[in-house]
Design a binder for this molecule. Structure first.
Ligand SMILES: *[C@@H]1O[C@H](CO)[C@@H](O)[C@H](O)[C@H]1NC(C)=O
Ligand SMILES: *[C@@H]1O[C@H](CO)[C@@H](O)[C@H](O)[C@H]1NC(C)=O
Ligand SMILES: *[C@@H]1O[C@H](CO)[C@@H](O)[C@H](O)[C@H]1NC(C)=O
Ligand SMILES: *[C@@H]1O[C@H](CO)[C@@H](O)[C@H](O)[C@H]1NC(C)=O
Ligand SMILES: *[C@@H]1O[C@H](CO)[C@@H](O)[C@H](O)[C@H]1NC(C)=O
Ligand SMILES: *[C@@H]1O[C@H](CO)[C@@H](O)[C@H](O)[C@H]1NC(C)=O
Ligand SMILES: *[C@@H]1O[C@H](CO)[C@@H](O)[C@H](O)[C@H]1NC(C)=O
Ligand SMILES: *[C@@H]1O[C@H](CO)[C@@H](O)[C@H](O)[C@H]1NC(C)=O
Length: 403
């Protein structure tokens, strides 16, 4: 701002002295405390560096109240007793590269609820932190090397205005949990995110598919993709996520689950509820040795396939409620060895095959409430291993209620 022609600079200097002085802290209140101390608070008229405000010695958390529209170069600099810094709701619009520097490892850097629109190259270079929050800003652009050489456990970029994540933003970043939810992101470039990622939150975005070139993270265990625009899954979509255990795909636009997406993965929790799935290939969930929770509730299934889930013997809770299944076929539950709960309530089941319960393993609770079963013969389940069946609100007992 100050590298302008001399005459112009002089004119601006004479007219508006304060604009060129790069004073970050003007008329603010600064509070600080440590674990044992009670809070100290002072009013600050002007200061260019937080170091001049916070006393040295104690290891402190600092919170700034008031308006701080620009963090100028070296404004948060060389403060060796800083533990955490809260600069939330201070109307911050801009951070100059070099604002942060020579800081010890920080517990928390909170820059949430401000008016940042861009993170410039080099803004957070070399910081080491547990948690950094940039949530609830209006960030549209992350420049290349915005987080260069940063070491951070959790980075929160939720609730911003990001539409894409290009390669280079997270250059040499060590990061475990990345929150990108509630942005309008439609594109993530291959290799754009740090390879150290274990948790990635992308719910409420605009992604349309899971591209294995993009989702190539060897350490990722949790991926949250609900409330996107994903319309289809292809065989091999998850092939570059070998450690994935928890996958949420609820509230997308899926209509079909083909073979070769989920089988032979290490997924434990799979949420597919609130899609429009009408077809699930017979082998779609085969050989998922760790699968425990499968939720396909609130979809458009009409047919129960008695061959689903072969070789996925850890299944514990299977929810298929709120679909349009009409019939329970022969040997419907032959692959369910130790299921705790099988939710089939709120379907359109009217027929139950005579051999439906043949070769059943063990189910603790089978919920068939709110279906259209016209008659019920208790002999069907006379010698089978089901601890409890809920048959309430069916045609044969609609008036009686629970059986
Ligand atoms: C300083 O900030 C307070 C509110 O924090 C405001 O009421 C006051 O007008 C400000 N003073 C100046 C000189 O800007
Ligand atoms: C907190 O500050 C006091 C001095 O005010 C100091 O004696 C104490 O060691 C500090 N505690 C921590 C955890 O840094
Ligand atoms: C500062 O205090 C925090 C807890 O408030 C503690 O975790 C951290 O290790 C301390 N750092 C130093 C350098 O004393
Ligand atoms: C980051 O800080 C932690 C302590 O909070 C320390 O153990 C670690 O070595 C630091 N990492 C780097 C690369 O400086
Ligand atoms: C700045 O951000 C706050 C909180 O996110 C918001 O309420 C306010 O309208 C924003 N101001 C401008 C000028 O964008
Ligand atoms: C990557 O970042 C780490 C941690 O900040 C740093 O020690 C290392 O020198 C950086 N490597 C490169 C190639 O920049
Ligand atoms: C499955 O999803 C439905 C609909 O979102 C939800 O109500 C239900 O609690 C879920 N089932 C389990 C076992 O989590
Ligand atoms: C799925 O079912 C819902 C509610 O029953 C319905 O509104 C929707 O049109 C169906 N979608 C498809 C693709 O059949």
């Amino acid at each position: 701002m100050c590298s302008l022609p001399l005459q112009l600079l002089l004119a601006i200097f004479l007219l508006k002295i304060s604009d060129c002085q790069e004073i970050t802290f003007k008329n603010v209140t600064v509070a600080w405390w440590n674990d044992t101390d009670s809070k100290n608070e002072i009013k600050v008229a002007t200061a260019d560096n937080l170091k001049k405000i916070v006393p040295s010695g104690e290891n402190v958390t600092v919170k700034v109240n008031g308006d701080v529209s620009v963090l100028y170069e070296q404004s948060i600099y060389d403060i060796n007793n800083l533990n955490s810094l809260e600069l939330s709701e201070v109307s911050l619009k801009e951070i100059k590269p070099g604002a942060f520097g020579k800081l010890p490892p920080l517990g928390y850097l909170d820059l949430s609820k401000n008016n940042l629109t861009e993170i410039k190259s080099g803004t957070f270079t070399n910081l080491n932190l547990s948690v950094m929050s940039l949530m609830f800003n209006s960030i549209r652009s992350l420049q290349a090397e915005a987080f260069k050489n940063v070491v951070v456990e959790e980075l929160k970029l939720s609730a911003n205005s990001l539409t894409e994540i290009p390669r280079g933003v997270f250059e040499n970043v060590t990061l475990k949990s990345l929150y990108l939810n509630s942005n309008p992101i439609h594109t993530i470039s291959p290799k754009a995110l740090p390879t150290s990622l274990t948790d990635l939150d992308l719910f409420y975005n605009q992604l349309e598919s899971i591209d294995p070139e993009v989702f190539d993270y060897p350490e990722l265990t949790s991926l949250t993709l609900d409330h996107n625009q994903i319309k289809f899954l292809r065989p091999g979509d998850l092939k570059n996520l070998p450690q994935l255990e928890d996958l949420t795909l609820s509230y997308n636009k899926l209509t079909e689950i083909p073979d070769g997406v989920f089988s032979n993965t290490n997924i434990v929790f799979l949420k597919l509820n609130y899609n429009e799935i009408s077809t699930i290939a017979t082998k779609a969930f085969d050989h998922m040795p760790k699968l425990k929770w499968l939720n396909i509730s609130k979809n458009n299934l009409t047919r129960w396939d008695n061959n689903w889930l072969a070789g996925s013997s850890k299944l514990f809770v299977f929810s298929v409620d709120y679909n349009q299944i009409t019939e329970i076929p022969d040997e419907a539950f032959k692959n369910y060895h130790g299921v705790f709960r099988l939710d089939l309530q709120n379907n359109k089941i009217s027929r139950i095959s005579v051999k439906a319960f043949h070769n059943l393993g063990h189910i603790r609770l089978l919920d068939l409430a709110n279906n259209e079963i016209e008659s019920w013969n208790p002999d069907l389940v006379a010698n089978v291993n089901i601890d409890e069946i809920d048959l309430s609100m069916n045609k044969f007992n609609a008036e009686k209620g629970s059986e």
